[in-house]
Design a protein around this ligand. Structure first.
Ligand code: SAM
Length: 313
């Protein structure tokens, strides 16, 4: 897919295959992060289901006692064909990106056909009894702000938690304009009009979403990363497919872990993890919140580490 909010170009300079970590290398990195205290891993992208036999990586990760939670964020185009293998391998949870229930809008956003396949993927996961499935919906004014109630109903009927994400001016979001952001307050107002009074659920963890409850008990989330950044409580970091480690979605430079890993300098990798994590000062979303003029970050769509699709959302 080429979602306009994330990966707008039709063609990219793809990474040479030799630069991309193989599953054994990912597993080694996760082991080193687990030593440093990491317990939860999410495979995102890009599209993780484009990697051949992704279940093999999940199998390796799920054999690590320290890793308590393995999640996957996917566009679900290939989900129906793979969900059984993923579940058998030990995948705990799924997040599916779904921004519209309308075929024509789906095509205009993703520049691909495929809504039916996405639906089939969601259904297959449901039939297999996957628990904790979530839907991510980026709320974009003039695109799907008229559909938010429908999307919440869709999720509610399936017992899935939906999370509305404020449109972010990350690298790759070349079509971003501040006027297209639907702020959390407005999302709540739209939903309240349809569903009645909404109750805020007190935050108990470092998860990015604020949680809410409809009167019938249905829960949903809003990730207000643009109007109310949560840098202070963010405990996430990301490794790109070529082994760069980013502590912030907005960071321009990452830390190269692939070189010491491939040279078998594991203590150096340990040291880099310790040092950079303890000294991290990233406040990307807060810094951008303070800017007068905002537009999508960065200016080179072919930079190998540019863009949300490289960092993962
Ligand atoms: N291919 C996978 C997918 O489609 O879910 C994973 C990659 S995608 C970058 C991960 C998440 O980031 C998606 O749920 C997407 O909605 C979110 N995302 C991408 N661009 C965004 C933007 N500009 N603002 C807010 N969320 C964004």
């Amino acid at each position: 897919m080429r979602c306009t909010y994330c990966m707008p170009e039709e063609d990219y300079e793809w990474l040479p295959r030799k630069d991309v970590l193989h599953y054994g290398e990912f597993t080694s990195l996760v082991e080193l992060f687990a030593e440093a205290g990491v317990q939860r891993v999410r495979l995102t992208g890009g599209e993780p289901l484009l990697r051949r036999d992704l279940f093999r990586l999940i199998k390796q990760l799920s054999s690590m006692p320290a890793i308590e939670d393995i999640a996957l964020t996917t566009n679900a185009l290939r989900l129906r064909d793979h969900i059984q293998d993923l579940k058998n391998a030990g995948l705990h949870r799924l997040t599916v990106s779904l921004d519209t229930l309308d075929d024509v809008k789906f095509r205009s956003l993703t520049r691909r056909d495929g809504l039916r396949r996405v639906m089939a993927g969601i259904q297959a996961a449901e039939e297999l009894g996957m628990k904790g499935t979530k839907i991510n919906t980026v709320a974009i004014r003039g695109f799907n702000d008229g559909e938010l109630t429908k999307l919440l109903s869709f999720a509610k009927e399936r017992g899935i938690e939906i999370r509305f994400i404020e449109y972010m001016d990350v690298g790759g979001a070349t079509d971003w304009k501040s006027t297209k952001v639907v702020p959390k307050t407005e999302i709540l107002a739209i939903l309240e009009k349809q569903f009645g009074k909404i109750e805020a659920i007190p935050k108990v963890d470092a998860a990015p979403a604020d949680h809410f409850r409809l009167q019938d008990g249905t829960q949903f989330g809003i990730i207000a990363s643009t109007t109310n950044p949560f840098c202070q409580s963010c405990d996430r970091s990301r490794i790109t497919s070529d082994g760069q480690w980013f502590r912030c979605l907005y960071a321009l430079e990452g830390t190269d872990l692939r070189t010491p890993l491939r040279e078998n300098r594991m203590d150096d990798v340990r040291q880099l993890i310790q040092t950079h994590w303890s000294q991290r000062a990233d406040r990307g979303a807060e810094e951008r919140h303070g800017l007068d003029q905002r537009s999508a970050q960065g200016d080179d769509p072919n930079h190998p580490h540019f863009g949300m699709h490289v960092r993962g959302g």
